[in-house]
Design a protein around this ligand. Structure first.
Ligand SMILES: O=C(O)c1cc(=O)[nH]c(=O)n1[C@@H]1O[C@H](COP(=O)(O)O)[C@@H](O)[C@H]1O
Length: 224
């Protein structure tokens, strides 16, 4: 089985991102580049990071009317990302159009409820019920819209897997035992998420902010 760990390179400097990816590339399966990276370095940054030779997960969390999202999808075709995110709460038509506009080799996954939110936070946004139920609801919508899978926390991935057997499940909010959660509220260990059916394990700070990122990546790999 290929390495399921995608390293979230949430770093402001392109050179630092390149250096870190180069250092740990033998112990990860891909690179996740998000909003911070894309706003700072754009398409040039994506092309630069593609030279590391690992699949690129372009995490832009698109969320707009269907036409706008579809056109954004078309514009990022040329970057050939392996995975792209849209917000599942953007609705079925938005997700259908996003998938139709994406490249043939790009997996489109729907972000459900962010791993930084707990039940109380969700309630404050006007959504009733638990984060768990909301994730399952949005997963069903994403599946009906023809997406390849969803993003959810490790606390829901088992239930989602039970209702969507061949889905592609991206799980962030991962912390090796004994490490700080920071702003993440729905957290599990990388091993737990993998055992519960995660296809991709998104890991950022536990590697990128570690004193020794290579040792941290090796340690995580050894637990999988
Ligand atoms: O779509 C994501 O990747 C994502 C969704 C989510 O619900 N929670 C979440 O943390 N992420 C991303 O996953 C990464 C997690 O980073 P760390 O908390 O440093 O491991 C960040 O780049 C987030 O943008």
């Amino acid at each position: 089985m290929s390495n399921p760990v995608y390293l979230a390179l949430d770093l402001p400097q392109l050179r630092d991102a390149q250096e870190l990816a180069g250092k740990v590339k033998a112990h990860i399966g891909g690179i996740k580049l998000g909003l911070e990276f894309f706003c700072a370095h754009g398409a040039h940054g994506i092309h630069t990071m593609a030279s590391v030779g690992l699949p690129i997960f372009l995490d832009l969390k698109l969320h707009d009317i269907p036409n706008t999202v579809a056109r954004a999808m078309q514009a990022i075709h040329v970057l050939e990302p392996a995975i792209v995110t849209v917000h599942a709460s953007g609705g079925r038509a938005m997700m259908e159009d996003a998938k139709a506009a994406a490249g043939e080799h790009t997996r489109v996954v729907g972000v459900t409820t962010l791993t930084s939110l707990d039940d109380r936070d969700l309630e404050r946004t006007g959504v009733s019920g638990s984060t768990h139920d909301q994730v399952l609801r949005l997963a069903e919508l994403a599946q009906a819209a023809g997406l390849d899978g969803i993003v959810c926390s490790g606390q829901e991935v088992k239930s989602v897997h039970d209702q969507w057997h061949d889905g592609f499940f991206v799980v962030p909010g991962l912390r090796p035992a004994g490490t700080a959660s920071g702003d993440q509220k729905r957290v599990v260990t990388p091993r737990q998420a993998r055992d519960d059916g995660a296809s991709v394990l998104v890991i950022g700070r536990p590697i990128s902010r570690a004193e020794n990122p290579l040792a941290a990546a090796l340690e995580i790999e050894s637990t999988l």
